[in-house]
Each structure stands twice: as structure tokens, then as C-alpha cells.
Design a protein around this ligand. Structure first.
Ligand SMILES: Nc1ncnc2c1ncn2[C@@H]1O[C@H](COP(=O)(O)OP(=O)(O)OP(=O)(O)O)[C@@H](O)[C@H]1O
Length: 384
């Protein structure tokens, strides 16, 4: 195994389209780093550059401390797993697993030893004499992953290897994958557009958007302390709500004015960081699970009024879509709490904002200006 470093990588395709622009990241030895981002962000391009399947326009790729930027794919000693099954249909599972080893001229005895170890970990020992069409989709994908793992590669590159599986199998594979990575002590760069996959499986996530890195952080850190509005709204389901807010001050107290509502906020929080002046406009980020419903006639100070736009039942939770002066805000509630409120479209309803759970972003560039106070105070994340 080895570590991987990417420095200032850029890729412009023929015709001038810049798919990547100054991407730098590193994957430590035996670490699982996920490249996460929307379609067209540049995830696969990054992976293909690391694999040597595309030439970089600028930048450097280092594997195990050696500059491999100009090396051929074969010289880099990487293993790649794609989203589609890539098994040879005419070969048995054993021969599929043996194929990359035979290319490397490994002896039959060594091949047998290697395959028996991998087959045991992947729990496919009983399938070795079958052909790919005699396996389920999940089993085939496990073999495809095994074929990569059997190779003793320096770094494993995975491009959405489980995205085409059904939801139940994906959930199982997520757990299995984490175990495999630990057992094989593999260095992995894994492409995904699925935040659940990245949040559950990654040691660290590289969030990429329009060919640039938005943020690199451990999963919970990315969720709790987003660096940009993009990161804040991309991670989290339902996504973070965004409302316009104006800084205001009265009798020495600081408020955020949201439409007709005034939310009093902590003075130290307001003062800790770049200056926020009365009258300045910001974007306020509020996670649906941090809002609590309250009756429309409640007198709570940090209350925002609206009307029900839609109600979605998710089994153990209910999401209320609330129309606040033309903006739909989503509030998540437990089933029991939801029973106390109307479900009729158009009915008045209110929600409370806990000042400890407010994020503030700059309205022009979407940069974080204030992280929510709970992230520095260790207050419980969910208070619904
Ligand atoms: N060979 C190519 N020639 C020109 N443009 C390309 C080429 N390959 C990719 N692109 C463009 O580069 C951008 C990044 O593509 P890439 O496949 O890396 O995105 P991605 O983040 O992996 O997206 P997805 O999740 O949809 O696979 C896209 O706008 C894509 O159209």
C-alpha cells in the first residue's frame, strides 16, 4: 500500500472545456477518501487522471512519494473498480480473479493462495466454479471488487462501484465495503455522488463542484461545519434551509430579522469573526432537524410564522414544508410531535429557531461567516 498526493491538478479537454482546475488532495496510506459531488463536477476525471487514463494539463500526481504524472497506467500499480460489472462472461469466477495475477506472471500456487484469502474475506468461496451469469448482481460486484483487491495494488480507485445495485443491496455493500477496506488495509480513492455512501464509508470526504474543491473534511465535520453554502446544502437530507436575514440591533441586543420575525442571537457569537453591521444582509442556514414546530398562536420569541405547503411522512419522521412569505422551509419532526399539528395544506403553523443552530453565509459568494454555535459548545446535534 502507499499514499497518494494530488497537487494542483488541472484538466482541459480538447475544445477548451476545463473539467478540473487546481485540485489538490491527499489520501494517506490505508485511508478511504471519497470524491463526492454533483454530476459533471469532475470526479471521474480526477480518478482517470490518477489512473493514467487521461493526461493532466497541469499538476502533479505522487504515489508512495514518487511522481507518477507521466507514468503509464500499468507502471502506477493501481487497481480500478467501475460501476458496471466488468467480469469476463466466459471465465469461471476463479479464472476471473486469477486473470490480473496471470498477467503479472504469478505462479499457479501463489495465485491459488491469493484467491483463497480474498474469496474467504468476500465470502465467495462457494461460487468460484460458477460463471458470472450464474451469480446475482451483488455477488458479481463482490467478485469485481475482489478482482481488484486480489492484486496487491498500491492504491484502489473505485468509480461508483455499487451505484447500480438496488437500495437494500447497496446498504449491505456499504457495510461490507467498510469491513473489506479495514481487512485489506487498502488505500482507496472512491468516487460517489451519493452522500449517504460517502458519509457512512469515508474516512474523509473531498467535496468537489465545477472542477474545484469546496471542502475536505471527515464526514461529521463536513455536516456540522460546512465551509460554504454549497457544502451546507449538498450534505444533509432533507437539505439545509436557506433564508434571507438582515442584521439588526435594538437596546443593545442583536437580532436577525427574517421577514417579520426577529431572532435574538448571542452577542459574543455576533462579534466573534468578521464584523456584522446592522442592515447587512446574509443567508441564514437552518437544518430541518434543528427546527421545532410550534402552534401558530404561540408567543415564543424566536418564532417564524407560515402556512403548510405540504406534509411528507417518512416512517419514523414527518417533514413539514412550510411556506414563509413565498419561501418553502422544511421542518422535520417526530411522528408523535407531528400529531399535535395540522396536516392540512394552507393551515397556519409556526416554527421556532434555536439561535445555537443558525449558520450564516455571505450572500454574494456563499462563504461561511458564522458556524452554528452548537458546533463549538458540544450541544446535542438533534433536539427535535
Ligand atoms: N472526454 C471529454 N471531453 C470533453 N469533456 C469531457 C470529457 N470527459 C468529461 N468531460 C466533461 O468534464 C466534466 C466533468 O466530467 P466528469 O465525468 O469528471 O464528472 P463527474 O463528476 O464524474 O460526473 P458524474 O457523476 O455524472 O459521472 C463534465 O462537464 C463532462 O462533460
Amino acid at each position: 500500500m502507499a499514499d497518494l498526493q494530488i497537487e494542483n491538478l488541472a484538466k482541459a479537454f480538447k475544445g477548451g472545456f476545463t473539467a478540473l482546475n487546481g485540485v489538490s488532495l491527499d489520501v494517506a496510506d490505508r485511508e478511504a477518501v471519497f470524491l463526492l459531488g454533483p454530476s459533471g463536477a469532475g470526479k471521474t476525471t480526477t480518478l482517470r487522471l490518477v489512473a493514467g487514463l487521461e493526461d493532466a494539463t497541469a499538476g502533479r500526481i505522487m504515489i508512495g512519494g514518487r511522481d507518477v504524472t507521466r507514468w503509464t497506467p500499468r507502471e502506477r500499480n493501481l487497481a480500478m473498480v467501475y460501476d458496471k460489472h466488468s467480469l469476463f462472461p466466459h471465465l469461471t469466477i476463479y479464472e476471473n480473479l486469477a486473470y490480473p495475477l496471470r498477467i503479472r506472471k504469478m505462479s499457479d500456487a501463489d495465485i491459488r493462495r491469493h484467491i483463497s484469502g480474498v474469496a474467504e474475506t468476500l465470502q465467495i468461496e462457494k461460487l468460484l466454479e460458477r460463471r458470472p451469469n450464474q451469480l446475482s448482481g451483488g455477488q458479481q460486484q463482490r467478485v469485481a471488487i475482489g478482482r481488484a483487491l486480489v492484486r496487491d495494488a498500491d492504491v484502489f480507485l473505485l468509480d461508483e462501484p455499487i451505484s447500480h445495485l438496488d437500495a437494500q443491496l447497496r446498504a449491505r455493500m456499504r457495510v461490507e465495503f467498510k469491513r473489506l477496506q479495514r481487512d485489506f488495509r487498502a488505500t482507496m480513492l472512491y468516487v460517489s455522488h451519493d452522500q449517504l455512501e460517502a458519509m457512512t464509508m469515508a474516512d474523509r470526504i473531498v467535496l468537489i463542484n465545477k472542477g474545484k474543491i469546496e471542502q475536505i473534511a471527515a464526514p461529521q465535520e463536513l455536516f456540522d461545519r460546512p465551509a460554504t453554502l454549497f457544502a451546507a446544502t449538498f450534505i444533509g437530507e432533507p437539505p439545509m434551509n436557506v433564508m434571507q436575514a438582515v442584521i439588526s440591533e435594538s437596546n443593545g441586543c442583536r437580532f436577525l430579522r427574517i421577514g417579520e420575525a426577529y431572532i435574538e442571537v448571542d452577542k459574543d457569537w455576533m462579534q466573534d469573526g468578521e464584523a456584522l453591521r446592522p442592515g447587512d444582509k446574509y443567508l441564514l442556514g437552518l437544518r430541518p432537524q434543528h427546527l421545532s414546530l410550534c402552534p401558530a398562536d404561540s408567543t415564543h420569541a424566536c418564532r417564524v410564522n407560515g402556512t403548510i405547503f405540504a406534509v411528507e411522512t417518512l416512517g419514523s419522521r414527518v417533514v413539514f414544508d412550510i411556506d414563509v412569505e413565498g419561501t418553502v422551509i422544511r421542518a422535520m419532526s417526530t411522528i408523535d410531535a407531528a400529531l399535535k399539528y395540522p396536516h392540512t395544506i394552507g393551515a397556519p403553523i409556526s416554527f421556532r429557531i434555536d439561535p445555537d443552530f443558525i449558520y450564516l453565509f455571505d450572500a454574494d459568494r456563499g462563504r461561511i461567516v458564522r458556524q452554528a454555535r452548537f458546533t463549538t459548545r458540544g450541544k446535542a446535534r438533534l433536539h427535535a
